[in-house]
Design a protein around this ligand. Structure first.
Ligand code: NAD
Length: 254
């Protein structure tokens, strides 16, 4: 808020973070709450949503984001919307299950659309709002076997830009953040599995397999992504909109 010290400039703001029960979403909930916001934690994992909401004195909402009717019942009085929830499925195109393709679009494109649509009237009425979409390097580049994920993240990028253009006259910004590999349970499990499959120690799997294309040879921490999200949600972020900000150790610089 105007006049508040920079570190608590989100006092009085209401945030909603999807996939807030784990990984990057969890780190975003903590960072936004530390900056003074009250946070709605949305996740299909009930114990995780409740635990994280409890950590920050926020509200838990146990919702499957693939269920459009349930999404329409989430709070609309939101100043900071973080569309973070996501999932991955890896298979070649000719074997990719169509229902899995549809699910990824529902969770990673349709749910963000429904939430933006639901929350912007409140933001417009207040003349202030922040939409942060957790995209990926795969919102900017493609990799084999990730057709649904790459299509969904590219869709999210387009949605984010439209929200930026429509929101501009109302003081509402919309941006994507584009992480490379982040140290979350999802990725850590992959390291274990790859280490066994390749008969390599875990740190070599990291460098030779997962971080092969990444100049900075380490995983990104969820707190690093959350710090970027928190900055975009704050007051100084007013002119940074319609953008996609890579946090990828120069993966997309190649
Ligand atoms: P994660 O698996 O640790 O957390 C994702 C959370 O989303 C989980 O709590 C899960 O329960 C929730 N979720 C998934 N599907 C849901 C649904 N249908 N309804 C409600 N909640 C649902 O994953 P993460 O690594 O923290 O990923 C968060 C976001 O960051 C995703 O959009 C992902 O694509 C993106 N991302 C992750 C990485 C990475 O390396 N981990 C890199 C780039 C982008």
């Amino acid at each position: 808020m105007e006049g508040a010290p920079a570190h608590t400039d989100l006092a009085g703001r209401i945030a909603l973070v999807t996939g807030g029960g784990s990984g990057i979403g969890h780190a975003c909930v903590l960072a936004l709450a530390e900056a003074g916001a009250k946070v709605h934690v949305v996740d299909r994992d009930a114990p995780a949503a409740e635990r994280v909401a409890g950590e920050v004195g926020g509200w838990a909402h146990v919702v499957d984001l693939a269920d459009a009717d349930a999404v329409q019942k989430l709070p609309a009085e939101v100043d900071i919307l973080v569309n973070n929830a996501g999932l991955q499925h890896v298979a070649p195109l000719h074997e990719f299950p169509p229902e899995m393709f549809t699910l990824l679009q529902q969770v990673m494109v349709t749910a963000p659309f429904l939430l933006i649509r639901r929350c912007v009237p409140h933001m417009y009425a207040r003349g202030w709002g922040r939409i942060v979409n957790v995209s990926s390097v795969h919102g900017l580049r493609a990799s084999a076997y990730k057709s649904a994920y790459v299509a969904a993240k590219h869709g999210l990028e387009g949605l984010s830009k439209v929200a930026a253009i429509e929101g501009a006259p109302h003081g509402v910004t919309s941006n994507c953040v584009n992480p490379g590999y982040v140290r979350t349970p999802l990725v850590e499990n992959q390291i274990e599995a790859q280490a066994q499959a390749h008969h390599l120690p875990p740190d070599e799997v990291l460098e030779k397999v997962l971080l092969d294309r990444t100049p900075v040879k380490r995983l990104i921490e969820p707190t690093e992504v959350a710090a970027l999200v928190r900055w975009l949600a704050g007051e100084p972020g007013g002119s940074l909109t319609g953008a996609s900000v890579p946090i990828d150790g120069a993966w997309t610089a190649h």
